[in-house]
Design a binder for this molecule. Structure first.
Ligand SMILES: [Cu+2]
Length: 114
């Protein structure tokens, strides 16, 4: 019994090998028709853990040029967690990938990887 408890605790602790930094948690709130924050800046090599929530309806979160494309559930339906290793420097457009109304196509943010 005690053994099982210890094992489950050990598994819950994130393993951080060597000097590699822990994931950087970035909370992003989506609402018609914007993401907050609208600009996210990280150093190249950062593992980003996006925590995505909506203040109104369903939205999407796509980082153009990457394979990140997640649904963000409507308000109070929880959050979506997406991990992304920012291993390429540049400016990446983040767009809403789920039709959400008149301003949908203008719903953008930017990820800057330095
Ligand atoms: Cu949208």
């Amino acid at each position: 019994m005690m053994m099982a408890l210890l094992v489950s605790i050990a598994l819950a602790v994130p393993q951080v090998p060597g000097p590699k930094p822990q994931a950087r948690v970035v909370k992003v709130v989506a609402e018609r028709f914007a993401f907050t924050p609208s600009e996210i800046v990280v150093e190249r090599g950062t593992t980003i853990e996006f925590h995505l929530t909506s203040d109104d309806t369903d939205h999407g979160f796509r980082i153009v040029g990457t394979d990140v494309n997640a649904d963000i559930p409507k308000r109070r339906r929880g959050e979506t967690v997406v991990k992304y290793v920012a291993d390429t420097a540049g400016r990446f457009v983040i767009e809403c990938s789920r039709p959400c109304g008149a301003g949908h196509t203008a719903m953008r943010a930017i990820l800057v990887v330095k």
